[in-house]
Unconditional design. Structure first.
Length: 387
């Protein structure tokens, strides 16, 4: 050890190299501290600016997007009368937009908050027109929409067995759309979803059911929905597309001939027996009054005239063998199912011996059928106003 080094150690001062090292370390620590302080100050400034921007810009952004905070809601109860229509498939966002546009709620968010609080009720809102007020509290508007009693909708019921012109008349009466609109729509069968086997004819393809149509639903859309329902019923009954026209034609004859559901499958068997046995008692002819009524477009008579039975129409099953070219009316699900799955039996004849109750008797031979016809004639003699 040198004298110099000994002297500095004794008096507590580090050697020059150690002193310089410590000074560099201290400068680095001060530099890091200054950088950390600068970073913290920057974060504070950015955070403050963000908070200020959020405070001042939130109302503007909410206004642009159509939303707002819970506080931006009408106090209610509102005034006047506003009609708001909820369409099938409308989402909560769509409903909120419609309500705000109509002036019912102050903001979309106010309604969406009320809807989110009860998702089950929100999902159950039905299509229709609702009578509301302008300036309603969003939760009160939501409550009205979730109550089916407040719903107004145009409902039209199409019974089984109607002809196309009768269906058009009923639809027109219920919706206010002119019959001409339906006639025009029928001229574009492809747009209505008709299968090629229908050959452009709507007969048989306008499914009988209850529908909810209003004056805002185009005639073509109404008919398209009815056609789709018929195709769904055919598929449900297990009918292949190649057999659509045949099964609907048989089903339409069943619909025109039968009153009670219990006899439909048996009438289907009578039709099949006559079609499949050209040498049978009816010589392959169906001999159905319903097809002749279709030719005449007249209802209300139990039988047909000799003149009508001599018609050259392909729908005259008293003169033409086999099935007519297509359906003669719009059959319901029960007749479609019967046509797709006829009952087992040897029958070639049937007659409703009591048209009021629908009691129908089936026969295998002409003699048995003649006896049943006499019973029907006796009923008609006692009920002349019904025959």
């Amino acid at each position: 050890m040198t004298q110099n080094h000994l002297d500095t150690t004794i008096f507590g001062e580090p050697p020059p190299d150690e002193q310089r090292r410590r000074q560099r370390h201290q400068r680095r620590r001060r530099g890091k501290g200054r950088r950390l302080l600068t970073l913290l100050l920057a974060l504070v400034l950015v955070g403050g600016a963000t908070a200020i921007a959020f405070t001042f810009l939130k109302p503007l952004v909410s206004s642009v997007l159509g939303g707002s905070s819970e506080a931006e809601d009408f106090p209610g109860p509102g005034e006047g009368d506003v009609q708001v229509t909820v369409k099938a498939g409308d989402s909560g966002e769509s409903i909120a937009t419609a309500l705000k546009a109509a002036g019912v709620v102050k903001t979309r968010t106010a309604y969406l908050d009320a809807s989110a609080a009860d998702p089950e009720a929100s999902a159950a809102i039905q299509a229709g027109t609702y009578s509301l007020k302008k300036g309603m509290k969003a939760s009160e508007a939501f409550a009205l929409l979730t109550d089916p009693a407040n719903r107004t909708v145009t409902r039209v019921t199409i019974p089984e067995g109607l002809w196309v012109n009768e269906i058009f008349a009923r639809l027109s009466k219920a919706t206010g759309a002119p019959v001409a609109d339906y006639q025009a729509a029928a001229k574009n069968p492809q747009a209505l979803g008709l299968p090629e086997s229908a050959k452009g004819r709507l007969d048989g393809y306008l499914f009988p059911s209850s529908y909810e149509f209003d004056d805002k639903v185009p005639a073509a859309s109404q008919l398209k929905q009815m056609v789709a329902q018929t195709l769904a019923e055919l598929k449900k009954a297990g009918v292949e597309p190649d057999d659509y026209n045949r099964i609907l034609t048989i089903a339409s004859i069943i619909e025109g001939e039968v009153n009670g559901d219990a006899d439909r499958a048996k009438v289907a068997r009578v039709i099949e027996n006559r079609l499949n046995d050209p040498n049978g008692p009816t010589v392959g002819m169906l001999q159905m009054d319903s097809t002749v009524h279709y030719i005449e477009q007249e209802r209300g008579r139990a039988g047909t005239s000799n003149e009508a039975r001599n018609s050259d129409s392909p729908y005259n099953t008293y003169k033409v063998k086999g099935l007519p070219p297509g359906p003669i009316n719009s059959p319901g699900a029960a007749s479609i199912e019967a046509a797709a799955a006829p009952a087992d039996g040897p029958w070639f004849y049937f007659v409703a011996v009591n048209p009021t109750t629908g009691e129908t008797k089936f026969a295998t031979t002409q003699a048995e059928h003649d006896a049943n016809v006499r019973e029907f004639n006796e009923w008609c003699s006692a009920n002349k106003d019904k025959c």
